[in-house]
Design a protein around this ligand. Structure first.
Ligand code: SF4
Length: 282
């Protein structure tokens, strides 16, 4: 069966699934254990070319989670050279509202942080998204996250998104220094505080947060969902991802990205958009 999907209006490129840490809530189960899975330059070029002229930029020339292009992972700053080249090529093709997402692990001092962000800005990057939640601060000291936000704001002005701000302010009020285990987080704030989070029941969360998710949302059998349709998730045009392995990853479907790479790579058909040329497999 060939699924026809609308053209994307905003998209991310997953440069690698490798990450500096291993969050319990990671929707793509990223970790330091992933092999580099380097995105070939030719594939990167074809991806950017395919997105050219299709993405919608954020109003006022800024950035927004569901606008334009974002570069993500895994952790994009683990391969700064690739990130820089991707930014240059995207800017050269006129792709709008390009920003990069990071867990800030690399923001060990002001100078390095500023230098890298300035290099990226010079290459054409428009902004930065800094991830903050109880799972990231298990392995990234919070002062690095604060540094990313502070220096990022100096370099990109208002074009710095903190995702999710509830936790950023919570940890600032706590005066957090260093890391915080999830067990300690639950002692301090309780599991119901997670209702403020955008918890996505997919990827590693399904295995590593099973107890908490069950407590917050109740437990359901797989059969309870058999009559429901994933069509809207699979065909939504915003915030889709193209990954380093050549897959078109649709919306936040709770099932499709679970498998190991070899099981879900094969399920990537030659996607076709409703208008315009075919989306060829990479
Ligand atoms: S920092 Fe992001 S990519 Fe890395 S493990 Fe956590 S959620 Fe996944």
């Amino acid at each position: 069966m060939r699924l026809r999907i609308p053209e994307p209006v905003s998209a991310g490129i997953i440069l690698s699934y490798r990450c500096s840490g291993e969050c319990r809530h990671c929707m793509y189960a990223c970790s330091p254990g992933w092999r580099e899975g380097r995105l070939p330059e030719g594939r990167l070029g074809r991806m950017l070319e395919g997105l050219r002229g299709r993405l919608v930029g954020a109003p006022g020339g800024g950035i927004g989670i569901n606008y334009g292009l974002h570069l993500t992972g895994g952790e994009p700053f683990l391969n700064f050279g690739l990130l820089l080249r991707a930014v240059r090529r995207a800017a050269g093709m006129g792709l709008p509202s390009t920003f990069v997402e990071t867990n800030s692990f690399w923001c060990t001092d002001e100078e390095t942080t500023r230098e890298r962000l300035l290099q990226l800005r010079e290459a054409g990057l428009r902004g930065l998204l800094v991830s903050v939640n109880p799972f990231v601060v298990e392995h990234v000291p919070f002062e690095r996250v604060e540094r990313a936000v502070r220096v990022g704001s100096e370099v990109f002005g208002e074009n710095v998104l903190v995702y999710q701000p509830f936790f950023y302010h919570l940890f600032r009020r706590l005066g957090l220094r260093g890391t915080l285990s999830f067990e300690r987080y639950l002692e301090l704030f309780g599991s119901r505080s997670l209702l403020h989070a955008e918890l996505l029941p997919m990827g590693r969360a399904v295995y590593r947060l099973e107890g908490v998710l069950g407590e917050l949302y109740g437990r359901r059998r797989a059969e309870d969902f058999f009559g429901e349709s994933c069509l809207r998730e699979l065909t939504r045009p915003w915030h889709v991802h193209l990954d380093c392995l050549g897959n078109y990853v649709a919306g936040y479907c709770g099932a499709s990205p679970w498998g190991r790479r070899r099981t879900w790579r094969g399920s990537s058909p030659g996607w076709t958009w409703r208008r315009g040329p075919s989306w060829e497999p990479w």
